[in-house]
Write a protein that binds this ligand. Structure first.
Ligand code: SDX
Length: 439
């Protein structure tokens, strides 16, 4: 456990009742009040809907400073990892706590590569879906169903079974994601290719191969796309205790198998307030349609009754800027120029929308800045990936973060089943009335 840094005393005003609780310090970030004895000592709960001010666990994986725009995976700044690492190496880092040496990297990469195929019977699940099924619905269902194929490997208390399950999830989610895309096109599924997986940006390259190759012709993945996808995966890999990761941890705290926990994370990520925002950004830009319509759209956002949000803007933690958005914006310029679509109309609308929003006091006063989802969709669209696949790609990236956080939870001896409480404002005790007496 982290270090103690003194204590905090809580006194109930107007009474002589108080309690002193430990104040704990981490390596970085604010201290936390350890309130585990608060109810026993004072008979009160804390109230924090959405847990915005609550540390739900101790973790060594990712650190965010929302005011300073800092994001680090195991202490390494996201800017350096996006620039110098590759997604498979970031997977090793998140899972194991430090960067691998050459031997460790080769072994880990093989561990991922040789689990990318799925059982042939997985194909049968797809026949039950309509061709126009949302790929997130397919991903959620099929990933959860993986448990049915590994019932001999679901003992979460066995480190070796945890290790294999982690490899299976990190390796098979992109294969299933690509299958969902192929199914929507009516094209045959494309198998993973080990030779690609073992090359530079291999994970990203293999994924794009499964998305874009056909049996008649293998797609030669351009380096610019492999690098862009690799960077997108790195930027989305983990993000502390966000909604979907907290969902995975809550499911994991019950002892549920890792496939069920990751399926729960996929379901939570789907929401437009979370991972579904990248898809929503493209829909928003398409609805705006032209830069001349931006002022009217912005007025609509300011009208509370419209319930219209500026998608891709705002964040529960980042209140100055999302460091990932800055990197994504740079990537956007590089990728679109390399693909010769730098004059993509949606990019021009996005740039003008960002410029107007960042000069408008409504957004400045509410500390609303572009987040990771604002530019990612424009890059994916330039890569000719359909909008419906954007959140799926977010899930492909975040699987390693979910698995790393799940593993940390299962291996934490202090962890107990998650069980938040509430403040009850419903009816007080009353007696049942027979129907004849209810008027
Ligand atoms: C992700 O948690 C994570 O780390 C998530 C994530 C990850 O990597 O896992 O970073 C990924 O989910 C990024 C966020 C993607 N979502 C979107 O882009 C959807 C649009 N954003 C909003 O829905 C919203 O900003 C949230 C959900 C992201 C944050 O919601 P909060 O915490 O409730 O926002 P807030 O408290 O900062 O809001 C302050 C004010 C409020 O208005 P007032 O009541 O003060 O008048 O700003 C308003 C909000 O209504 N507001 C917005 C807005 N976001 C907040 N108004 C218009 N457009 C928006 N996008």
């Amino acid at each position: 456990m982290s270090g103690s840094n003194g204590s905090i005393t809580i006194t109930l005003d107007g009474t002589n009742r108080s309690t002193t609780l430990p104040l704990l310090s981490g390596t970085e970030g604010p201290d936390v009040a350890d309130i585990r004895k608060l109810y026993a000592n004072l008979g009160i709960f804390t109230f924090d809907p959405g847990y915005g001010e609550t540390a739900s666990c101790e973790s060594k994986i990712t650190y965010i400073d929302g005011d300073a725009g800092v994001l680090m995976y195991r202490g390494y700044p996201i800017e350096q990892l996006a620039e110098q690492s590759d997604f498979t190496e970031v997977c090793y880092l998140l899972m194991n706590g430090d960067l691998p040496n050459a031997k460790e990297f080769k072994e880990f990469r093989n561990g991922v590569t040789y689990h990318t195929m799925v059982h042939e019977q997985i194909r049968n699940f797809f026949n039950g879906f309509r061709r126009d099924a949302h790929p997130m619905a397919i991903l959620c269902g099929v990933v959860g169903a993986l448990a049915a194929f590994y019932h001999d490997n679901l003992d979460i208390n066995d480190p070796e079974q945890r290790r294999i399950a982690a490899f299976r999830l990190i390796a098979k989610v992109p294969t299933i994601a690509a299958m969902a895309y192929k199914y929507s096109l009516g094209q045959p599924f494309v198998y993973p290719k080990n030779a690609l997986a073992n090359g530079p940006q291999g994970y990203a390259r293999n994924f794009i191969h499964m998305l874009k190759s056909v049996p008649a012709e293998e797609y030669d993945v351009p380096d610019v796309l492999a690098k862009a996808m690799d960077r997108i995966l790195i930027l989305h890999a983990d993000h502390e205790q966000n909604a979907s990761t907290s969902t995975v941890r809550l499911a994991g705290s019950t002892g549920a198998n890792p496939f069920a926990c990751i399926a729960a994370g996929i379901a939570a990520l789907w929401g437009p307030a979370h991972g579904g925002a990248n898809e929503a950004v493209l829909k928003m830009l398409a609805e705006i349609g032209d830069v001349k319509n931006i002022p009217a759209f912005i007025e609509g956002v300011k009208d509370k009754n419209s319930n219209v949000k500026l998608m891709g803007f705002g964040h529960r933690v980042y209140k100055n800027f999302d460091p990932r958005a800055k990197i994504m914006k740079e990537s956007c310029d590089e990728v679109l120029a390399a693909l010769g679509v730098e004059h993509e109309p949606l990019l021009e609308i996005a740039r003008e929308l960002e410029r107007i929003a960042l000069s408008d006091d409504y957004f400045i006063s509410r500390k609303l800045y572009p987040n990771v989802d604002f530019y990612s969709g424009i890059i994916l669209k330039a890569m000719d990936i359909p909008t419906s696949m954007f959140t799926v790609i977010f899930a492909v990236a975040r699987t390693v973060g979910w698995v790393s956080q799940w593993k940390e939870l299962v291996e934490d001896p202090a962890q107990r089943i998650g069980r938040p409480r509430q403040i009850y404002t419903g009816a007080s005790k009353r007696d049942y009335k027979p129907l004849s007496e209810r008027g």
